[in-house]
Design a protein around this ligand. Structure first.
Ligand code: HEM
Length: 406
C-alpha cells in the first residue's frame, strides 16, 4: 500500500484510561472519520472503528478474527511479544475452538443460574458493609467494589479467597498498559505467576473434587474435551475477567451517583430503577472503554475504508457508546434512559460470558450501599480522583463519608 495515501496515525495516549475524562479523545477520532489509523501503546499500528453501527457489525463479522495467532509478519511478532506466553482461551480463539471452549462453561453463566446466585451476592455485599457501616468513612473501591466480585468469582470457580492478595496483584499487573519494555516484562511475569498458580490449583482439584466450576472443568479434561493448557487458561480468564471489570463498574457507578445526589436519592427511594441505572453506568463510562481487539483475515471494508488483511482493528466500545447517531445526548447521564442497547459487553460470538453475573453484582452491590449507608458524600472532585493504571477503565479509590451506623 502507498503510505502517502494513508490518513494520519493517532497515537493512543499512554494515560487514556487514567484521564478524568478520556472521551474527548474518542469523540475527536469519531468526528474525524469512522475508521482511523492509530498507534497502540506497544508500538503496533492498528485501525480504530468508532461508530456504533460499524462496531456492532464488525463484532459479528467472521472476517475479523479474535485469534492473534492468525497474524503474520511484523504485526504478528509485536502482538505475540506483547502477549508473552499467553495461552489461547475462548477470548482469543475463533470457531470451532471458541465454540467448544465457551460451551464448556456457558451453562454456569446463564441468566437462570446467575439469578440463583443473587441471594448469595447480596449476603456477601451485606457482610462487607457490616464491617464498613459503623466507621463513617471508607474507600468504597478497596473495601467494597473490589472484594465483592472477587468473593463471588472465587466461590464460583473454587479459587481460595484467602489467596486474593496474590492473584489480585498479579491480575492488575497483567492488565497494565504495555507502554515500554518494563511494562511488557511485568505483564509477562504476572501471566507466568498466574499460570503456575492455576496449574497447582488444577492439580489439587484433580486430587480433591469439589462442587465448583474448576472441578467440572477437570472432569471435562478427563473426558478429553479440553487440554490441560486450555483448562489453566480458562481458569485464568474467568478469574481475571470475573473481577477486574466488575470492580470498575461498581466503583464508577457509585461515583456517578455521588455526583448526582438527587438521582442517588431517587434510586434509594425506588431500587426498581437500579437495573436501568446500571445499564447507564455501562454505557456512559464502562470498564472496557478503549475497545476490543480483532485481526483482519482478508481485506475488510468498513464505512468506506479498506483495512488490509493481517492488521489489528480495535472496535471502540467506548466511542460507540457515546455515538450521537445512536444515543440521544450521549454525554449526559440518564439513569432512566429507555433505549440503551450499549456495547459495553461487546457483541456477537464473543459477547461477554459474565454479563448476567456482572449485572447482578452491580445491582446488588450498589443497592446494598444505598440501603446501608445514609448521608453518603464523596470526598473527591473528579480531578482529584485517581483512575487505575490499567487498560480497563475504573477508579483506583473512592473515599466517602456517611452517617455511622451498625
Ligand atoms: C468477554 C466486558 C464482566 C467473563 C467480554 C467482552 C467484553 C466484556 C466487552 C467481549 C470481548 C471481545 O469481544 O473480544 C465485560 C464487562 C464486565 C464483564 C464490562 C463487567 C462490568 C465479566 C464477568 C465475567 C466475564 C463477571 C465472569 C466470569 C468474560 C469472558 C469473556 C468476556 C469469559 C470471553 C467471551 C468469549 O470470548 O466468548 N467481556 N465483562 N466478564 N467476558 Fe466479560
Amino acid at each position: 500500500m502507498d503510505n502517502r495515501a494513508l490518513p494520519p496515525v493517532h497515537p493512543v495516549p499512554a494515560d487514556l484510561e487514567q484521564r478524568p475524562d478520556p472521551y474527548p479523545w474518542l469523540d475527536r477520532l469519531r468526528t474525524e472519520g469512522p475508521v482511523q489509523r492509530i498507534r497502540l501503546r506497544d508500538g503496533s499500528d492498528a485501525w480504530m472503528v468508532t461508530r456504533y453501527r460499524d462496531v456492532l457489525a464488525a463484532a459479528g463479522d467472521p472476517r475479523l478474527s479474535s485469534d492473534p495467532r492468525r497474524l503474520t509478519g511484523q504485526t504478528g511478532r509485536t502482538v505475540r511479544l506483547a502477549a508473552g506466553n499467553a495461552m489461547p482461551s475462548m477470548l482469543t480463539t475463533d470457531a470451532p475452538d471458541h465454540t467448544r471452549l465457551r460451551r464448556l462453561v456457558s451453562r454456569a453463566f446463564t441468566a437462570r443460574r446467575v439469578e440463583a446466585l443473587r441471594p448469595r451476592v447480596r449476603q456477601l455485599a451485606e457482610a462487607l458493609l457490616d464491617a464498613i457501616a459503623p466507621r463513617g468513612r471508607a474507600d468504597l473501591v478497596a473495601e467494597f467494589a473490589f472484594p465483592l466480585p472477587v468473593a463471588v468469582i472465587c466461590e464460583l470457580l473454587g479459587v481460595p479467597f484467602a489467596d486474593r492478595a496474590f492473584f489480585t496483584k498479579q491480575s492488575s499487573d497483567l492488565l497494565r498498559p504495555q507502554v515500554d519494555a518494563a511494562g511488557v516484562a511485568l505483564t509477562a511475569a504476572a501471566r507466568g505467576h498466574l499460570r503456575d498458580y492455576f496449574a497447582d490449583l488444577v492439580a489439587s482439584k484433580r486430587a480433591n473434587r469439589a462442587d465448583d466450576l474448576l472441578s467440572d472443568l477437570v472432569v471435562a479434561g478427563e473426558e478429553q474435551r479440553l487440554t490441560d493448557e486450555e483448562l489453566i487458561s480458562m481458569g485464568l480468564l474467568l478469574l481475571v475477567a470475573g473481577h477486574e471489570t466488575t470492580v470498575n463498574l461498581i466503583g464508577t457507578g457509585l461515583w456517578l451517583l455521588l455526583q448526582r445526589p438527587d438521582q442517588l436519592e431517587a434510586l434509594r427511594a425506588d431500587p426498581g430503577l437500579l437495573p436501568s441505572a446500571v445499564e447507564e453506568f455501562l454505557r456512559y463510562d464502562g470498564p472496557v472503554m478503549t475497545g476490543v481487539a480483532r485481526y483482519t483475515t482478508t481485506d475488510v471494508e468498513i464505512a468506506g475504508t479498506t483495512i488490509p488483511a493481517d492488521h489489528i482493528v480495535i472496535l471502540s466500545t467506548g466511542a460507540a457508546n457515546r455515538d450521537p447517531q445512536r444515543f440521544e445526548h450521549p454525554d449526559e447521564v440518564r439513569f432512566d434512559r429507555a433505549d440503551n442497547p450499549h456495547l459495553a459487553f461487546g457483541h456477537g460470538p464473543h459477547f461477554c460470558l459474565g454479563a448476567a453475573l456482572a449485572r447482578v453484582e452491580a445491582v446488588e452491590g450498589v443497592g446494598a450501599v444505598l440501603r446501608r449507608l445514609s448521608g453518603l458524600t464523596g470526598a473527591a472532585t473528579p480531578d482529584e480522583l485517581r483512575w487505575r493504571p490499567s487498560v480497563l477503565r475504573g477508579l483506583q479509590e473512592l473515599p466517602v463519608t456517611f452517617h455511622p451506623n451498625s
